[in-house]
Design a protein around this ligand. Structure first.
Ligand code: HAM
Length: 421
């Protein structure tokens, strides 16, 4: 019988990787705590309409990437492809958005039926940040500063570049869309097939086409910046000057439009050239129309989401994971001779209780080659325990190239407190 395997594009995160995930998650939690954001936890399944009405019917995600199925009642459900719509749904449902300022964050798996490759998976993880009720460019700046603080904490500031653009108000974008479509129609035959298709359904997405022919035509195309409304232009300038003052470097990318329909005004992406094709590690922007579109009162909002797998890949590529992160225990404790194995479990218990935070792994297998096996675990400290007729339990301790013999449990506790507490 063939063995059952994981679904393509959905990865197990194995014990040798989880310490790096926990390190990233703990860093994010610390940084977001410093900015006063609160965590929200939403279900991973939602009504399909939530994503159709928010992300947009003619986006790649909704057209071809969603995991959608009918439940036993015949209701159409979808594994969430992103968290913003879920966060809005939850905020609205619990009365957290109307007339309030809110700052939320969330993390967890998202699902998109994309072609798997390095940095692109069908189940992937996002950490998302969303701020509601604040319309000015100051909150846009704060949101961007949070991401920049994270890169700093993680030691990856030099590897990521911030790209910024403003999409303008919905009205300004509609006007621009008409001008763009009129221009591109004149060059229809020279557009790549995808762009030809998008010309009717989602013409702004043509702006981030990678096709060389299309890119050449875009050079002479009407520019979004020339169609910006006064408020968007002003807010964008304010944002740029706040970022300048805060010392955040950025590039204005007039072709940055994002693949989800709900954005307006500020949009941004943090991009790295260290990961190949999937170089966007964090992306977001303002979505002032979404809360109303989903049935709430008009509420300005802005946020971003980071791709956790991509950040982990980047941490590994840059080799900036602190060395002790992978060390999941401090002391490896084993019996030196037969008949003492169960005492090891009890002694470990005593040590854990006496030394705050001490992480002890016990040896529960045979005693052959015990010293070599203990060393193989990579433990910073190893202790072997033996029973002495006169003195009771005694331990030898290896740490930092030094060995101490005949430590009583009390002496051992003092020693471990000095080393690890
Ligand atoms: P997004 O650009 O679709 O935006 O995704 C955000 C990030 O999630 C991407 O930049 C990337 O790092 C990661 N990501 C997306 N798809 C995959 C995949 N298949 N495999 C691995 N990583 C992936 C959003 O989802 C918006 N909800 C962001 C947002 C929040 N905008 C405002 N608030």
């Amino acid at each position: 019988m063939s063995k059952i395997k994981a679904i393509r594009g959905m990865n197990d995160i194995l014990p040798d990787q989880t310490p790096v995930w926990q390190y990233l998650e703990a860093t994010v939690q610390r940084v977001l705590g410093a900015y006063g954001y609160s965590e929200m936890r939403m279900p991973i399944v939602e009504q399909t309409d939530l994503f159709k009405r928010s992300i947009g019917e003619v986006t790649d995600i909704v057209e071809k990437e969603m995991y959608t199925f009918d439940d036993r009642n015949g209701e159409s459900l979808t594994l969430r492809p992103e968290g913003t719509a879920c966060c809005v749904r939850a905020g609205e449902e619990h009365g957290l958005l109307y007339n309030q300022n809110q700052r939320f964050w969330y993390q967890g798996p998202m699902f998109r039926y994309e072609k798997p490759q390095k940095g692109r998976y069908r189940q992937f993880h996002q950490i998302g940040v969303e701020a509601f009720g604040m319309a000015g460019p100051d909150i846009d700046a704060e949101i961007i500063l949070i991401s920049a603080a994270l890169w700093r904490e993680l030691g990856m500031s030099d590897a990521v570049v911030l790209q910024l653009n403003s999409l303008g108000s919905n009205a300004a974008r509609a006007e621009y869309r008409e001008a763009l479509v009129a221009y591109l129609r004149e060059h229809y035959d020279a557009l790549d097939e995808d762009s030809q298709r998008r010309l009717e359904s989602n013409p702004l997405r043509i702006l981030d086409s990678k096709d060389e022919g299309t890119r050449a035509i875009l050079e002479q195309a009407p520019r979004l910046q020339d169609h910006l409304d006064e408020e968007s232009r002003h807010d964008f300038e304010q944002l740029c000057s706040m970022l300048d003052e805060a010392g955040i470097r950025y590039e204005v990318n007039p072709y940055l439009v994002r693949g989800l329909d709900y954005y307006c005004k500020t949009v941004f992406e943090w991009v790295t050239d260290k990961l190949g094709a999937q170089g966007t590690v964090c992306a977001g922007g303002r979505y002032d129309g979404l809360v109303k579109q989903l049935g709430g009162k008009p509420t300005p909002a802005v946020g971003f989401a980071m791709g956790v797998e991509r950040l982990i890949l980047l941490l590994e590529t840059l080799d900036v994971v602190p060395a002790d992160v992978r060390q999941t225990f401090d002391l490896y404790l084993a019996a030196e001779h037969k008949g003492l194995q169960h005492q090891v479990i009890l002694m470990a218990e005593q040590l854990r209780q006496a030394v705050p935070g001490l992480r002890v792994r016990t040896h529960c297998a045979g005693l052959k080659n015990i010293a070599a096996k203990a060393r193989q675990t990579g433990a910073p400290a190893i202790a072997l325990m033996r029973a002495d007729e006169d003195k009771g339990h005694q331990m030898s301790l290896w740490h930092d190239g030094e060995t101490e013999y005949d430590l009583s449990p009390d002496a051992m506790i003092e020693k471990l407190k000095a080393l690890f507490a």
